[in-house]
Design a protein around this ligand. Structure first.
Ligand SMILES: *[C@@H]1O[C@H](CO)[C@@H](O)[C@H](O)[C@H]1NC(C)=O
Ligand SMILES: *[C@@H]1O[C@H](CO)[C@@H](O)[C@H](O)[C@H]1NC(C)=O
Ligand SMILES: *[C@@H]1O[C@H](CO)[C@@H](O)[C@H](O)[C@H]1NC(C)=O
Ligand SMILES: *[C@@H]1O[C@H](CO)[C@@H](O)[C@H](O)[C@H]1NC(C)=O
Ligand SMILES: *[C@@H]1O[C@H](CO)[C@@H](O)[C@H](O)[C@H]1NC(C)=O
Ligand SMILES: *[C@@H]1O[C@H](CO)[C@@H](O)[C@H](O)[C@H]1NC(C)=O
Ligand SMILES: *[C@@H]1O[C@H](CO)[C@@H](O)[C@H](O)[C@H]1NC(C)=O
Length: 778
């Protein structure tokens, strides 16, 4: 083996193995859409940051956006239209006071808007960190103005002091429920209900142990309840596990809940929740030793169905920083509810010296059941309010708020696991497909400012696309959907963005439209366009379940482009694919081409070196995309290649002078050849080890979708057939001239690459790998 070659194999191998593992751990988005101003509306104001809270006011046609020291009322249809704004800054004195306490005056001593809720009287309730001294106020929108009422209220326990500390809040019937730290140091966590008397959690490590609050949701569980149950407020968070007998700190994910009608106890648990119960939430990923940590949730309910059918979608990230996986798990509200209503409790038992072990409690449980809401059973005992609860019940729950059983996700496994950009937020939309079936489309924000649009159909994960929403790539902090405008709104430190839920216009062919499996879109045979389902009266072609494109009409024949190349010259033919899941195959005069030393079949192009007469003919590039039903082939481009004979004396005059610098070019050529050799060595090795299923070589069964190694959302996957035509036109001239001498051959090879002008070096592409659905992952 050549020393350089072996060196490069060593360098590339780990990379390839990494990529391979990548692919095993979750699907690649079918399309990666780079940032551009056209597909997203962006709102930001110069000098204003941290657009991290949003309130949809569909009743007013507004998106109310909270940032650092400012609030905005934006047009819900187009957020670039600012209708009103109001500043809420801290005074110089307040800033000085904050600085005196040791906080950074330019970063921490500002007013970060953290809480923004609609009240029943149409006003809004707003809180801000206010230079480490949280305050709240009422805000209204009238006559095109946003106005703060300046009825400043204490925000302690409602809003965090520290803008970097996570918190959660929800407003139900004008009562604010908040989970945050109640003190300056951020060391005293509470879950608090604010009105009329504040009810809060006991300050005990068995209740909340160094928690990170994530989100809150309410469930109308009194609705049609047979046992006269109360509505609940759910809180999702992570905390240090008390129940773990391990030496190191272990963080676990939790769901806790309280009853809406809880007024606290009479003597025991005075002004404290009598209904605070919590349980561990599992999202088992990859036999990972350490549990994954919850980061965001979304309560999904079908308005036509009972609350018991509601789901919580939650995203999880690893505990340790070494894995870059993220996962989505979904939970039935009824499963969570059942654990709290019927499950066993955990109880602390002292073992040895001052060490406490938490085990399942198997003794007598007092009546009424500890932690239960006031229900018919309690009312029968003449207990109408939590204030009437007996001490025995209250003392029990004070000591044992933790349930023994953990909450398992639907199917006992994640809906999606993906390596790469960390998930930060999730929202789910319910979409009626053309066949009348409803699909839940997940929109997931990442730490790199991208938005994933994904489906899970019968356990099969499918990522329709990944869109770069923010450039610079800032983490997405909040997502909202308006089903009135059909738009999604995302907030980040840098700004707020708005995109359509349906992005059908990205598909130009029926095949692409149907294989996208996007329940929002269908192909209209009459207008020959991929359009939004709800915008059409006609029947559209769509196949969300299995990507069956057999109803697609034959696409327009592709017009071949003429190319000519000098004998001994080099040629590059491009073939941009509409989908990252597709593979290319090339035919010359209807015969499948195979890679050889002179013929490089790359992901989206074909390179021919040292052309000879036998290379002339009609080249066809096919995109082959596997769906669940079958492999679909589409012709992306055709080229009629002619070999021109060198005319003596003429060749030299046409040769571009800048390209005849032999030394420079030959070293470049050496690099090209080296890379190509690397690719081969790599493929051979992987193939030998059975890591890669290379369709044209290994013959290893590769039944399902293929996909590209490129997972980083590079721009090259966002291409349409039309783009393909455009690039092809550019190349429609003899690119290279060869005279036959080996020195000139170096020249011409370089000329090929630079003349095409898209990429200066050939891309190394691993062959398509199998997209494993998560069944085999977990
Ligand atoms: C606010 O945004 C700025 C600028 O992007 C960032 O440096 C800072 O960390 C953000 N602050 C918070 C509390 O997120
Ligand atoms: C709203 O703002 C405009 C311009 O700032 C002002 O002229 C108008 O009086 C305000 N309306 C109310 C009701 O405050
Ligand atoms: C509880 O409510 C019932 C019916 O509303 C009433 O008869 C009973 O006196 C109440 N009990 C207490 C302790 O308030
Ligand atoms: C969507 O809008 C309809 C009315 O157009 C409403 O009934 C429904 O509750 C909305 N769904 C959600 C999830 O907001
Ligand atoms: C390609 O060349 C053929 C003849 O060689 C000619 O008939 C045809 O019009 C050319 N096509 C284009 C697109 O220039
Ligand atoms: C190019 O091909 C010709 C035969 O077609 C061969 O004689 C020549 O050596 C080749 N040149 C290189 C650099 O491989
Ligand atoms: C695909 O759709 C066609 C037309 O609806 C149907 O005949 C065919 O059976 C479907 N194929 C599969 C594998 O479901």
């Amino acid at each position: 083996m050549h020393p350089l070659l072996s060196l490069c194999v060593f360098w590339l191998l780990p990379l390839a193995l990494m990529l391979e593992e990548n692919l095993r751990l979750g699907c690649v988005p079918r399309k990666s859409v780079p940032f551009d101003g056209d597909h997203a509306h962006l709102f930001r104001e110069e000098g204003v940051f941290n657009y991290s809270i949003m309130l949809l006011r569909e009743d007013l046609g507004l998106l109310v956006l909270g940032a650092r020291e400012a609030l905005y009322a934006l047009d819900l249809k187009d957020i670039t239209k600012k209708l009103a704004s109001v500043k809420w800054e801290v005074t110089e004195d307040e800033k000085k006071e904050c600085k005196k306490k040791g906080k950074d005056s330019e970063l921490e001593c500002k007013n970060y808007i953290r809480i923004l809720h609609k009240m029943t009287d149409n006003r809004m309730y707003v809180c801000g960190t206010h230079a480490f001294d949280p305050v709240c106020d009422y805000m209204s929108y009238a006559d095109g103005n946003l106005t703060l009422e300046k009825k400043v209220e204490d925000g302690k326990g409602k809003c965090p002091f520290d803008p970097f500390q996570r918190y959660a809040s929800i407003m139900v019937d004008n009562v604010l429920y908040s989970a945050t730290s109640i003190n300056f140091l951020g060391s005293e966590p509470v879950l608090m209900g604010s009105s009329p008397v504040a009810i809060r959690t006991e300050f005990k490590s068995s209740w909340l142990n160094e928690p990170t609050f994530v989100s809150m949701a309410q469930m109308p569980e009194s609705e049609k309840s047979e046992d006269g149950d109360d509505d609940k407020i759910y809180l999702f968070f992570s905390e240090t596990a008390v129940e773990c007998d391990c030496y190191n700190k272990l963080v676990v994910s939790r769901v806790a809940r309280v009853c809406k009608g809880d007024l606290g106890g009479q003597r025991t648990l005075q002004k404290k929740w009598t209904s605070f119960l919590k349980a561990r939430m599992d999202c088992p990923v990859l036999e990972s030793q350490l549990p994954f940590i919850i980061q965001d949730t979304y309560r999904w309910c079908d308005p036509q169905q009972h609350w018991k059918d509601c789901l919580f979608y939650a995203i999880f990230t690893p505990q340790s920083g070494t894995l870059d996986l993220s996962a989505v798990c979904a939970y039935r509200v009824s499963d969570i509810s059942r654990v709290f209503a019927e499950g066993k409790y955990k109880t602390p038992v002292p073992v040895e010296t001052s060490f406490v072990k938490w085990v399942m409690y198997s003794g007598d449980v007092p009546v009424p059941r500890p932690g239960a809401c006031i229900n018919n059973e309690a009312r029968k005992m003449n207990i109408n309010r939590t204030l009437d609860l007996p001490d025995r019940t209250l003392q029990f729950i004070k000591d044992r708020p933790l349930m023994d059983q953990a909450i398992q996700p639907i199917g006992q496994k994640p809906l999606l696991v993906r390596r790469g950009a960390t998930f930060t937020s999730i929202i789910v939309d319910n979409v009626m497909a053309a066949d009348g079936e409803k699909h839940r489309v997940m929109f997931i924000g990442t730490a790199e400012g991208t938005l994933l649009k994904a489906l899970n159909h019968d356990g099969e994960m499918f990522i329709i696309e990944e869109i770069q929403l923010f450039q610079p790539p800032k983490p997405i902090k909040i997502l909202k959907i308006s089903n009135i405008t059909g738009q999604l709104y995302a907030g980040s430190d840098y700004g707020a963005a708005q995109v359509s839920l349906a992005t059908c216009e990205r598909s130009f062919s029926c095949m692409d439209c149907v294989l996208a499996r996007d329940p929002y879109c269908g192909w209209d045979k009459v207008t020959r366009k991929c359009i939004v389902l709800s915008s059409s009266q006609r029947e559209l072609i769509q196949s969300v379940k299995d990507g069956n494109a057999s109803l697609c009409p034959d696409s327009d024949p592709v017009k071949p482009k003429n190319h000519s190349v000098w004998q001994g010259g080099n040629l590059r033919l491009s073939c941009p694919l509409p989908s990252s899941l597709a593979k290319t195959s090339w035919e010359l005069e209807n015969i499948l081409l195979k890679s050889s030393a002179r013929l490089q079949l790359l992901k989206d192009e074909l390179l021919i070196f040292n052309a000879s007469d036998s290379d002339a003919g009609l080249y066809r590039c096919l995109s082959v995309e596997h769906s669940k039903t079958k492999a679909y082939k589409t012709t992306v481009a055709e080229y009629q290649v002619r070999i021109a004979q060198p005319v003596s004396g003429k060749g030299e005059t046409v040769l571009p002078r800048s390209l005849t610098d032999g030394h420079y070019v030959s070293s470049l050529q050496a690099i090209v050849v080296l890379l190509v050799l690397c690719l081969f060595a790599l493929l051979a090795w992987n193939c030998y080890k059975g890591h890669l299923a290379i369709p044209w070589k290994c013959g290893k069964k590769n039944g399902e979708q293929g996909q590209e190694a490129n997972e980083d959302g590079g721009p090259n996957t966002n291409v349409s057939h039309q783009d393909a035509l455009r690039t092809a036109v550019v190349e429609e001239k003899p690119l290279v001239l060869g005279t036959g001498s080996s020195n000139n051959n170096h020249t011409t090879e370089e000329a090929t690459f630079s003349a095409a002008g898209e990429n200066d070096a050939p891309r190394i592409n691993l062959p398509s790998l199998q997209c494993v659905n998560n069944e085999s992952v977990i």
